[in-house]
Design a protein. Structure first.
Length: 274
């Protein structure tokens, strides 16, 4: 005779969950009589010979509506509402097996993702040093700054590390190195033209800036679309990549340029190991 049982929020401070009940007309009349005859007594809620709750009847309850309170947590209130709705079914409900699913698989996946990202980062660092020599070290420093700022942003936002987030970090690393590759190749071209180290570095950054800026803007447009139309994991990936792209635009260009300016000002090299 119960038509509904739902969790509601109320109580003295308007934050306490409780279970609201509704009966059909016949059930309302019976509940009115039973509660009137048993004020200050317990009315047990039993399903398949198991007592799930035994609230005290405080007063006669008329109108086919009632509420069960008692300092429930949200989970406890939800469980009690499920039991009440299950008891209203025409067929009996029997628990055959309880299975607890833990987060172990998720932890293993995240651990594997972190290991893969770390391995990719190490290989990228080695490649940059091998191919661009001393200038590769500058790119690696900029990449390290990128990761530090990115993790700092995650910490400030209290973000949780997930597999899509790890994928976004890995892709951000690739974009950071790609920006430096564009810059270094421009610097190489300027050095081949016979320019001084200072002139080659300034021209390399200046000419590579437009291409780097365009690539980052198009990536931000793509991540915006993913965030607007995507679901949970896709949105997490889009947010991570967006933050990484914005930070990379600073570290890969302005950070690297600051390092080059410091080296040139302090050591005044006549040649550049690139």
């Amino acid at each position: 005779m119960m038509t509904d049982a739902r969790v509601r929020i109320g109580g003295e401070f308007r934050t306490e969950p409780y279970v609201a009940l509704e009966f059909n007309s016949e059930g309302g009349r019976i509940f009115d009589r039973v509660t009137g005859e048993n004020v200050n007594k317990r009315l047990a809620i039993i399903l398949d010979d198991t007592v799930y709750s035994a609230p005290v009847v405080r007063e006669r309850i008329s109108g086919g509506r009632a509420s069960i309170t008692g300092g429930f947590s949200m989970d406890e209130a939800k469980d009690l509402a499920i039991v009440l709705r299950a008891g209203a079914l025409p067929a009996p409900v029997t628990v055959i097996q309880n299975i607890t699913i833990g987060p172990t698989l998720g932890e293993d996946s995240i651990r594997s993702g972190i290991q893969a990202t770390a391995l990719a980062g190490i290989l990228v660092i080695i490649f940059m040093v091998f191919y661009y020599r001393s200038c590769g070290i500058v790119a690696d420093i900029a990449l390290f700054l990128n990761l530090i700022y990115l993790l700092g942003a995650f910490s400030a936002l209290k973000a949780t590390m997930t597999l899509p987030g790890i994928a976004g970090i890995a892709l951000t690393m690739g974009m950071g190195v790609d920006s430096n590759v564009l810059i270094f190749e421009r610097i190489r071209e300027e050095l081949r033209l016979g320019k001084t180290v200072r002139a080659a570095v300034d021209a390399g950054f200046e000419k590579a800036w437009v291409a780097i800026f365009d690539s980052h803007i198009t990536t931000l447009i793509t991540t915006s679309i993913l965030f607007i139309f995507g679901t949970g994991p896709i949105k997490g990936f889009a947010v991570t990549l967006s933050i990484g792209v914005i930070i990379n635009l600073f570290t890969a260009v302005f950070g690297s340029k600051a390092i080059f300016d410091w080296i040139i000002k302090r050591y005044k090299p006549r040649t550049l190991s690139i």
